[in-house]
Write a protein that binds this ligand. Structure first.
Ligand SMILES: Nc1ncnc2c1ncn2[C@@H]1O[C@H](COP(=O)(O)OP(=O)(O)O)[C@@H](O)[C@H]1O
Ligand SMILES: [Mg+2]
Length: 289
């Protein structure tokens, strides 16, 4: 029987509830799937026919180590999905600039390089942004993501400096659509649109992540948005096995917030067929010569 490792993190040794759905679905197709902690010294990765990156929700805290692990698998000839080059490209949100250069509408962003000295209040004045979100260019789950405004930027200056000591930083205008109607996650499996959810923050928050009280509901996006998300997929280098296109609808078009190709929650349990679909796509990738 072929065996696949479903890579996860030490905090979720048996995967998150959603990814765990894959195990019986893969078994039905004759594929053994075993959760394996990506940074565990006890896993022999060469024993597997491939590694599917899943609940590795701590990768952004230790990016270098994570990418070194990916490179080790690559050198050992162990197939990894998504492919190592795709994982590397997607690990820094600078990929949004590549996509914008290929015509994808993204959230307006000021990119601040690590170590730079930047006056936050002046940046807001120059851009005429009254409310902004500040976040690291390497992040997930809204880690170190915060709001500030023209009135509070001076007080938050030291917070920005702290972030800039650690890495590159993004400043964006606050996008109201995230709160209402919410942020779309449009999921592609094997390059094809599979299903979508709309995520909303808790009443007093703007972060849609469940850690902050956010919720997600299955919802069919308008065809226009699916077409825009498909255009994002067409603009990226390589053919990912799974992808989550996150964005908001503005003037009837999708404005991209994030393209998740590393360890996105895929909301498999939110759709009757998604788990089986992902299992079939994976089985096809495994048997591909
Ligand atoms: N420009 C913005 N306007 C409003 N909310 C934002 C903005 N950027 C991020 N957020 C909120 O913060 C969350 C996390 O930011 P995101 O860019 O998706 O990074 P990640 O998911 O990698 O942490 C988003 O899901 C959204 O709820
Ligand atoms: Mg996000």
């Amino acid at each position: 029987m072929k065996r696949i490792a479903l890579a996860t993190s030490a905090k979720l040794p048996t995967l998150n509830d959603d990814d765990r759905l894959l195990i019986p679905a893969l078994a039905e197709l004759g594929l053994g799937a075993v959760p394996a902690v990506w940074d565990s010294p006890d896993v022999c990765w060469e024993e597997f026919q491939g590694v599917l990156v899943r609940s590795c929700w701590d990768y952004h805290h230790r990016l270098e180590e994570f990418l070194a692990w990916v490179s080790r698998l690559e050198r050992a000839g162990v197939p990894v999905w998504n492919a190592p080059a795709v994982l590397r490209w997607n690990s820094h949100k600078g990929y949004l600039r590549d996509l914008a250069a290929r015509g994808v509408p993204i959230v307006p962003t000021r990119w601040l390089a690590r170590g730079r000295r930047v006056d936050l209040a002046r940046l807001l004045r120059d851009e005429r942004w009254s409310d902004v979100v500040v976040k690291p260019a390497v992040s997930a789950s809204a880690t170190d993501t915060w709001r500030t405004s023209a009135a509070t930027a001076g007080v938050d200056q030291s917070r920005l400096e702290e972030l800039l000591r650690a890495g590159d930083v993004m400043v964006q205008p606050f996008i109201d659509e995230v709160r209402d109607p919410g942020e779309w996650s449009i999921i592609f499996l094997g390059g094809r649109f599979s299903h979508a959810v709309r995520k909303r923050p808790a009443a007093a928050d703007y972060r849609v992540q469940w850690e902050f009280g956010g919720t997600a509901a299955p919802m069919a996006p308008p065809a226009r948005l699916v077409a825009d998300a498909a255009a994002v997929m067409a603009a990226l280098p390589g053919h990912p096995l799974y992808a989550r296109v996150d964005g908001v609808e503005r003037d009837g078009r999708l404005m991209l917030m994030e393209l998740e190709l590393i360890e996105p929650h895929l909301f498999l349990g939110w759709d009757a067929d998604a788990t089986g679909r992902l299992a079939r796509v994976l089985a096809a990738f495994v048997t591909r010569p």
